[in-house]
Design a protein around this ligand. Structure first.
Ligand code: TRP
Ligand code: CA
Ligand code: ZN
Length: 320
């Protein structure tokens, strides 16, 4: 046992050191730095865009197998929800399906909690999972749904143990007027609303002629995304196309700080925007918005990749 005497000698030495330091200084200089230093912030992972696109391919298949859409009250919606839920369950999330009625049809929200963290400080990320009836809704909003799903799976892969509590949500019936998200916020007690430190919304993050828009509703949340894009050297603009047009609106109305990203819908990209972001001036950010051509090919992979990485960056930054 050659190691034991060494260990005994080391232990004795550190006891002596500690004893002499008691009177000398309040900080034990001899202690290992990691024992006394503030916990290091962990860096966010790079979200593999191929995995995000694999989720989009699944959502496309689900639409194709269910009459070409994933709309509220249609079988493609529930199949989409079952797909997302099975991934989260396998990754160790605590999932719950919350039912509501709209237009005489049953709708569902899916809420996934990552066990641990301070439940008095909840960081939430959400995306609507329903499409319009006209098409499969891959950019709107398979993109946000797949990006937050892969971020949640990255949380599990990293076995991330943040100080705050993490919650992800997939909303039903957004296309009928943010019905699912409004239903969720209305169902929360005032005390539960005050426990949500921020809600981040992702509705259309892979537009084929993309812009890089950041919600400016809350300066602290806006800054996190702006910092991420500054690091990539990509200029951003304030999201103005649809203030109040997505699931962050009910949260904002309830006094919860909101943030998010958007790559553009039916507005046309200007010449100035094409100069800084590339793509085609005079053409819509998403010419297939709410149309049957919003399929798996209606995605810009680079925008989807950057926005997915930005989501992970924000989740890691805000939860630690
Ligand atoms: N919410 C809209 C939809 O799903 C899309 C949209 C238009 C949007 N403008 C927006 C989303 C601005 C977020 C921000 O059809
Ligand atoms: Ca990536
Ligand atoms: Zn949408």
């Amino acid at each position: 046992m050659p190691l034991q005497p060494i260990r005994v000698r080391l232990a004795a030495a550190s006891l002596l050191t500690a004893a002499t330091l008691v009177t000398a200084a309040a900080t034990p200089v001899g202690a290992a730095p990691e024992a006394t230093a503030a916990p290091q912030a962990l860096a966010a992972p790079d979200i593999p865009v191929a995995s995000v696109k694999a989720h989009l391919a699944q959502l496309q298949s689900i639409a194709t197998a269910n009459g070409g859409n994933r709309a509220h009250g249609r079988p493609g919606y529930k199949a989409s929800l079952d797909y997302v839920k099975s991934k989260l369950d396998a990754a160790g999330f605590t999932t719950s399906v919350k039912q509501f009625t709209s237009g005489g049809r049953t709708g569902y929200n899916l809420v996934a909690d990552w066990p641990g963290g301070d439940t008095n400080q909840v960081v939430m990320a959400g995306a609507h999972l329903d499409s319009v009836t006209a098409g499969p809704g891959i950019n709107d909003n398979g993109s946000g749904s797949a990006a937050i799903l892969e971020t949640a799976l990255a949380v599990s892969r990293a076995q991330f143990k943040p100080a705050k509590h993490l919650r992800f949500a997939w909303w039903g019936a957004e296309e009928l007027g943010m019905v699912g998200s409004r239903n969720y916020v209305n169902s929360l007690a005032t005390s539960d609303r005050s426990r949500i430190s921020g809600y981040l919304n992702f509705d259309m993050v892979g537009s084929p002629n993309p812009g890089y828009f950041v919600y400016d509703d809350d300066p602290a949340l806006e800054k996190v995304f702006k910092n991420f894009y500054a690091g990539l050297g990509i200029p951003t603009e304030i999201e103005t196309e649809g203030d109040g047009r997505s699931d962050h609106a009910p949260f904002k109305s309830a006094g919860i700080p909101v943030g998010g990203l958007f790559s553009g819908a039916d507005y046309k990209k200007t010449t100035a925007q094409a100069q800084k972001w590339g793509g085609t001036a005079g053409k819509a950010f998403d010419a297939c918005y709410h149309a049957s051509c919003d399929t798996a090919t209606n995605i810009d992979s680079t925008a989807l990749d950057h926005n997915s990485d930005a989501i992970a960056y924000a989740v890691w930054e805000l939860a630690q």
